[in-house]
Write a protein that binds this ligand. Sequence first.
Ligand SMILES: [Zn+2]
Length: 344
Amino acid sequence: MRHAFGLILASFVTAIVIAGVWYFTASPHASHAATQMAAARPSEPPPAISKDAAKDGAKDDVQVTAALSGQPPAPPAPAQQKSACANPNALGVSRVVVIDTTGGPGFGFEQFKQFDFLTDKEVVLTFDDGPWPANTPAVLKALDDECVKAVFFPIGKHASYHPEILKQVLAAGHTVGSHTWSHANLNGKKMTDQLAIDELEKGFSAVKQALGAAPSPFFRFPELQHGAAAMAWLGSRNVAIFSCDADSFDFRAKDATQIINTVMTKIDKQGNGIILMHDFQKHTGEALPTLLRRLKAGGYKVVQMKAKTPLETLPEYDEMLVKEMKLPVASSRPVSSVVQTVSE
Ligand SMILES: [Zn+2]
């Protein structure tokens, strides 16, 4: 009797289990539950795949390390670097530093001793006074052949003459700051505070207009002449100021060899530093292939400097430039096309 009761109970439990399985697999409730889950997905945190996609989309193939943190530089990612560079023996970029330009930090020991972030054998390549036909493209090619990146400080007027060349500089992945509108000495006797501010802002606006994109808030004074008013203004605009550690004096070099020797002598003596050159100068483009090979042979590493945020140019200077650019076109119209005599 007890045995028969057990059988009945077992059959009853089995029937309930079967009914339960059918209910959750075949009934509309199951699909409703699945719909609910799908509907919930969009509000979930972004899937991990988006992080990979962002990484793939990033232009930089070198690990970005924080600047001014006091931390030793992280080693580069050699595998990634090689894949992006056609030259297996290239000098390459060893690390990228991102500069927070708040307050206008100064770089380059010739005038500033604020931020000593370069470690032994690290150099930063910088080029002033461009863009210029033939000479700037020669510099770009030499840098590209060695897969290195530099900081360019173009003159606003030159940028307005040759915007297509400055666009190439940016497209090649270099950092583009400014070097005033007309290369005025901002520490000169005749320089007023307002003229200095005009030179600074018009220079940045001209670079923006040429690039079609905001410049980096990086600036170098013409002739390294630091005027007090301009310094204060740059600080208020959160623009980093660049001096240098090794001046190539390429503008007065008689040939490429002299530039190479000047730079190597200074850098070997100091052990590292920001190198000042001019993409405006013909001999600089000629010197660069050998100079970069010499730096590599000497165990030097190139550090790329980037800005954390771009500079917002001032609308009044942007508008001023647009008006000035249009002026020659308007005035070039012959009088007869503007004023027509219809009756006498
Ligand atoms: Zn200059």
